[in-house]
Design a protein around this ligand. Structure first.
Ligand code: ADP
Length: 420
């Protein structure tokens, strides 16, 4: 998700901002380990209008509900803010109730969900049915931290309203165009056949960027483009003609770039050392890899790039430097995989907002043909390379939720009217 363009913190009465009750809406759900992000899109004549979006965080401890209206203003007077420890089922029930109060009863046409792992067979979003849910449950051992969280809201909605079409949009689907050779690890074939391969993630973000790129840069859209999705989770992807040919995340979302709390690339020998010499249990290693590494681990201060950029602590500086170094390293390897580079795109919270990080990446990657326009970068313009730069560099906000809404609507249009 993008953290860009934080709207002004301005409280308004919820009642003053009811959506048009005659408009059908699509609900988008993006469920993480302790939060459920959601967005509601009105289905209008010529497109999708985001009516409201928000998040239920603190799941498992003290769930809190935040939402903003179409203008970005915070909505107050939300339900269940003072209640503790709701099940995901109850939270989804309350969310649906709240959306129906705002948008009209029965107006939710369908729900689209981000699902982290679709396996190799899913190269595109699909309508969810009992068989698919079963198959997605079978994939849980390959993504034990994420897949169950993604499936819970689907199961809750299916119980609440079995007739509502639900669509699964997979983070891995966009990367199924990566050549077989680039999906393989050097492991015994038996393990590859059991599913040990590079899946890649952030696919909805890359798909969104690929879909809007022609509006910014025709040459890049048809050529070789590296996209840097730099949020709390961070990865990069090489696009050739808008299709993924290589990406930095692999079997799990732990590998590749340094992230907020994940290490990115590490030597697997380190994991053996942690178990053998340090006596660490698998669960403790898993918790460390997901929550204690990355910017947070290296700085010892924070996983948040804003905190590190504002700090004059040497370890904070080193964490930022390592973040930048890893991006430059992976940019070189993606250019090798794509056999060239026409454009570089920055997106997500850090990519869209941290001009100093963008500047350092561009300067350290000048050898690839990147000529930064430092003034344009500092001003936060869309194009941040000089006109003469052989590689054009752009800042393009991502929108994974809109991508899910677009897919969901497209699948709805294919459905017979009797199902709707
Ligand atoms: P995710 O969706 O993966 O949780 P985001 O795309 O929202 O993450 O990105 C979060 C990251 O973006 C955080 O490290 C945050 O510090 C960083 N970020 C957001 N705004 C800024 C800013 N103005 N300057 C620097 N970093 C920023």
């Amino acid at each position: 998700m993008s953290g860009s363009g934080a709207p002004p913190r301005q409280d308004r009465s919820e009642l003053a901002h009811k959506a048009d009750p005659s408009q059908d809406v699509v609900l988008v759900v993006n469920a993480g380990s302790s939060s459920i992000k959601f967005a509601v899109y009105g289905v209008g004549g010529d497109g999708l209008d985001r009516l409201t979006h928000g998040e239920i965080d603190g799941i498992g401890t003290l769930p809190r509900f935040h939402a903003r209206d179409a203008s970005g203003a915070e909505i107050t007077g939300l339900p269940w803010a003072k209640d503790s420890n709701f099940s995901v089922h109850k939270l989804i029930e309350a969310l649906i109730e709240w959306i129906e109060q705002r948008c009209g009863r029965g107006r939710i046409m369908a729900a689209g969900h981000r699902v982290v792992l679709g396996g190799l067979e899913h190269t595109a979003p699909v309508l969810i049915n009992a068989g698919l849910l079963e198959r997605l449950r079978e994939l849980i051992p390959l993504a034990p931290m994420h897949q169950p969280r993604n499936l819970e809201p689907i199961e809750a909605l299916a119980k609440l309203n079995p007739k509502m079409p639900q669509v699964a949009c997979f983070d891995t689907a966009f990367h199924r165009t990566i050549p077989e050779i680039a999906q393989l690890y050097g492991l015994p074939r038996k393990l590859t056949e059991a599913g040990a391969r590079r899946y890649g993630f952030h696919g909805l973000s890359y798909e969104y960027i690929a879909s809007v790129l022609p509006r910014f840069d025709e040459r890049a859209a048809g050529g070789r483009t590296a996209v840097a999705h730099l949020g709390n989770g961070a990865s990069m992807c090489a696009l050739v003609g808008g299709r993924s040919v290589a990406t930095t995340m692999g079997f799990s979302p732990l590998s590749g770039l340094l992230m907020g709390t994940r290490p990115g690339e590490i030597d697997p020998g380190l994991l053996l050392w942690l178990m053998q010499a340090k006596g660490m249990a698998v669960e403790a290693i898993e918790a460390m890899l997901y929550h204690e590494c990355g910017l947070k681990g290296v700085s010892g201060i924070s996983s948040d790039m804003r905190d590190l950029l504002a700090s004059d602590d040497a370890h904070a500086r080193q964490a930022v430097d390592l973040f930048i170094y890893r991006i430059c390293w992976e940019l070189g390897s993606l250019a090798a995989a794509a056999e060239g580079l026409d454009a570089l795109i920055f997106t997500a919270g850090i990519g869209e907002n941290a001009s100093s990080v963008r500047e350092a990446v561009c300067r350290q990657s000048a050898w690839l043909g990147i000529e930064l326009d430092a003034a344009a970068n500092a001003r936060g313009e869309q194009r941040i390379s000089t006109i003469a730069s052989p590689v054009s560099v752009w800042v393009i906000p991502t929108d994974e939720e809109r991508m899910i809404a677009i897919h969901t609507l497209a699948i709805l249009k294919e459905l017979p009217k009797t199902i709707l």
